[in-house]
Design a protein around this ligand. Structure first.
Ligand SMILES: Cc1cc2nc3c(=O)[nH]c(=O)nc-3n(C[C@H](O)[C@H](O)[C@H](O)COP(=O)(O)O)c2cc1C
Length: 245
């Protein structure tokens, strides 16, 4: 394999590729390494509410392609990665963070001996995260929102606490992992296409995922054919979207 591209080169090389070369397989281990880099993405509260389903079996790809409406990017993919949002795992992830605190600060530190950093961290995962993530049919979220509307009249406050807000938080984070992955793949000379066009319920069912999980995107992988990139890259003039304040 050729030398790894620099970040800026990889970003420029990455295109959404819709037709992959059937004669050019990609190395599963390399794709897995790129997923390890995906897991290093910045993520909200370090809750890591994501899972990556790396599909290498041609049989499974053939089953998923119709659920992606037989898009070329899915039909011709050598491999697929399904990026899954697991907001439902928030308790486990908060617990994992608290357990990590034990390794950093020591277990069963008496409150009086805790440093202010430790107190803040333990309070964050022990109280603030449950406050933000705990839900009951959207009702709790709405009550939290009302409370915040009132407090927010008097001081700056974090406002995104409704069920729908937390979904956005989790999807944002998962999207960052997907981008890390696609850039890492590009650095290796591998191609990808992110797809939100899929029947997410059917895909979840096929992967045996719980109903409460959500598909963030499916990224098809392979090596581009000459016609695999549909035209020049189009972007709105940068000065139209760049605002210096
Ligand atoms: C969240 C997301 C969902 C997308 N869904 C699809 C899709 O279902 N099918 C597809 O062909 N391209 C899809 N794309 C690719 C975009 O169309 C593409 O990124 C955009 O046109 C810019 O082109 P470029 O990626 O080559 O720079 C998606 C991209 C993103 C980020």
């Amino acid at each position: 394999m050729s030398q790894e591209k620099k970040v800026s080169e990889a970003i420029k090389y990455r295109r959404s590729v819709r037709i992959f070369d059937a004669q050019k397989p990609i190395d599963t281990h390399t794709v897995k390494k790129c997923l390890e880099l995906a897991a290093l993405a910045p993520n909200s509260s370090n809750m890591q509410l994501w899972e990556f389903y790396h599909i290498t079996s041609k049989d499974v790809i053939d089953k998923i392609a119709p659920y992606c409406f037989n898009q070329n990017a899915a039909k011709t993919a050598q491999q697929l990665v399904v990026f899954v949002v697991r907001k439902d795992l928030w308790k486990q992830r908060a617990k994992a963070n608290l357990q990590y605190m034990d390794t950093v600060f020591g277990k069963n530190n008496p409150k009086a001996e805790q440093s202010s950093r430790e107190k803040v961290a333990r309070n964050y995962y022990g109280k603030i995260i449950p406050f933000a993530y705990a839900e009951f049919l959207g009702i709790l979220g709405f009550l939290k929102y009302l409370m915040i509307l009132i407090i927010g009249l008097f001081k700056p406050i974090y406002r995104e606490v409704r069920k729908s807000d937390m979904r956005i938080v989790a999807h944002k984070t998962c999207g960052l992992a997907a981008e890390n992955f696609m850039i890492s793949m590009a650095a290796k000379g591998y191609d990808t296409c992110p797809m939100e066009g899929s029947d997410t319920w059917r895909v979840k069912n096929l992967l045996g995922l719980p109903f409460s999980s959500e598909i963030n995107m499916i990224v098809s992988c392979g090596i581009r054919t000459e016609k695999g990139v549909y035209g020049e890259r189009f972007r709105i003039p940068f000065e139209e979207v760049y605002k210096e304040v």
